[in-house]
Design a protein around this ligand. Structure first.
Ligand code: FAD
Length: 379
């Protein structure tokens, strides 16, 4: 079990003094299905977006586990899972690969504004016909002098309609080859890049999602992250951290949900006693507690392995499955325990269910994670 220092606790509670401001009207925002720019400003002010970045770009230089702990705090204090998801996309899908694989010129130009939140980022891997099968993506970049010319399109891109910069994963080599993909940083207003309208979806309403199109999009070769063909290596690096960071937010959300359900079960009375006294209710809550603590153990144990550079392929996949399934299960349990009130929009319980359902799909579906584990077992 990790023991956190007082300094790490401060990162965990960065959002605590701003929680009321952040959460005001969150149910209405969900109904509006818009990105809450004012709330983004609150996240900016908290300094959370800078936590894992080096000080030379204005970051706060914190380790992987401390960043996870800070993000757990975001999930605990913020009731807007869509906004939380957009923040995680900003930090881990855009800022982290830029810090690790970007040239000094790219970092100097973009990182300070990514980690203070004044530029919003997105990353684009998935295509209409290639989701799980990312090695076969069709969007292609062809070298032309000092530039690459990109054609194709992307689907399901979080933050797309609000993004100022995109990390594009496109093909520069043979389809199916692990060396066939490269990553480019592209500014939104570059001629040849266009973004479709927000696509309506079941949950995570305040985190916009859209298609992105490339029509002879010309990008300087110097905007490439890493070297040509390094895209899969970059994706592997990002996905490990995306799972640890983004699902730490879910851990915080689950911890908050558990506390809310315990308080409700102690105060809501039926048949002359609190409903928590009925074994049919209390056992459900005990299972929630087990789910939350199992998620916590997987997340932080896996983080230790990643930090120690040990092979963590199975651990990361198992963490993704465990936390996303726990988030879904605990959201459904909370709805059941809140009864009819849980089903009403105004209590914010039903939106947790809608939000949690996405977690078993993005960052690699549960099936793909199980495939990974099976193949590591030689199956
Ligand atoms: C809310 C949300 C946000 C997202 N944000 C982004 C983003 O910012 N950037 C981005 O690039 N993408 C994003 N995605 C896309 C996401 O990564 C894909 O949806 C995901 O990879 C699955 O791809 P697909 O939807 O095309 O499903 P498919 O790959 O078509 O899969 C359909 C079903 O078949 C199963 N399946 C597929 N192949 C296998 C197999 N080999 N073995 C067993 N089962 C299999 C899948 O598990 C799934 O159940 C987001 C998705 C969602 C829902």
């Amino acid at each position: 079990m990790i023991t956190w220092t007082a300094e790490q606790q401060e990162f965990r509670d960065l959002m605590a003094p701003l929680a009321d401001e952040l959460n005001e009207g969150h149910i209405e925002w969900d109904e509006k299905e818009e990105f809450p720019y004012d709330k983004w400003k609150t996240v900016q002010r908290s300094g959370l977006l800078a936590v894992p970045f080096r000080e030379e770009w204005g970051g706060r230089g914190q380790s992987l586990p401390t960043t996870m702990y800070a993000l757990e705090g975001l999930g605990y204090h913020s009731r807007d899972a869509g906004l939380n998801f957009s923040a995680s996309t900003q930090i881990v899908s855009t800022g982290i690969p830029l810090q690790r694989f970007g040239s000094k010129a790219l970092k100097d130009r973009y990182l300070p504004r990514i980690l203070d939140g004044s530029l919003i980022g997105a990353h684009a891997i998935t295509e209409p016909d290639h989701g799980s099968d990312a090695t076969n993506i069709r969007s292609v970049a062809v070298k032309d002098g000092d530039d690459y010319v990109i054609n194709g399109s992307k689907m399901f891109i979080s933050n797309a309609t609000i993004a100022d910069v995109f990390l594009l994963y496109v093909r520069t080599g043979e389809p199916g080859s692990p060396l066939g993909i490269s990553v480019f940083l592209v500014e939104r207003d570059t001629p040849g890049l266009s973004v479709g309208p927000n696509i309506k979806k079941m949950g995570l309403h305040s985190s916009p999602l859209a298609e992105v199109f490339f029509d002879n999009l010309r990008v300087p070769a110097s905007n490439m992250l890493g070297s040509e063909g390094a895209g899969f290596l970059i994706l592997d690096y990002v996905m490990k951290r995306e799972i640890l960071f983004s699902f730490s937010i879910n851990l915080g959300e689950m911890q908050h949900r558990l506390e809310r359900v315990v308080a409700y079960a102690r105060s809501r009375e039926q048949f002359g006693q609190p409903i928590g006294k009925f074994q049919g209710v209390s056992h459900k809550i005990a299972d929630m507690k087990i789910a939350v603590e199992t998620a916590r153990k997987w997340l932080y144990d896996t983080a230790e392995k990643v930090v120690a550079n040990k092979d963590s392929t199975i651990d990361v996949a198992a963490t993704k499955i465990t936390v996303s399934e726990a988030n879904k299960a605990t959201a459904l349990t909370a709805l059941q325990i809140f009864g009819g009130y849980g089903y009403l929009t105004e209590h914010g319980i039903e939106k947790d269910v809608r939000n949690a359902l996405a977690g078993t799909i993005y960052s690699g579906t549960s099936e793909i994670q199980r495939n990974r584990i099976a193949s590591m077992l030689g199956l």
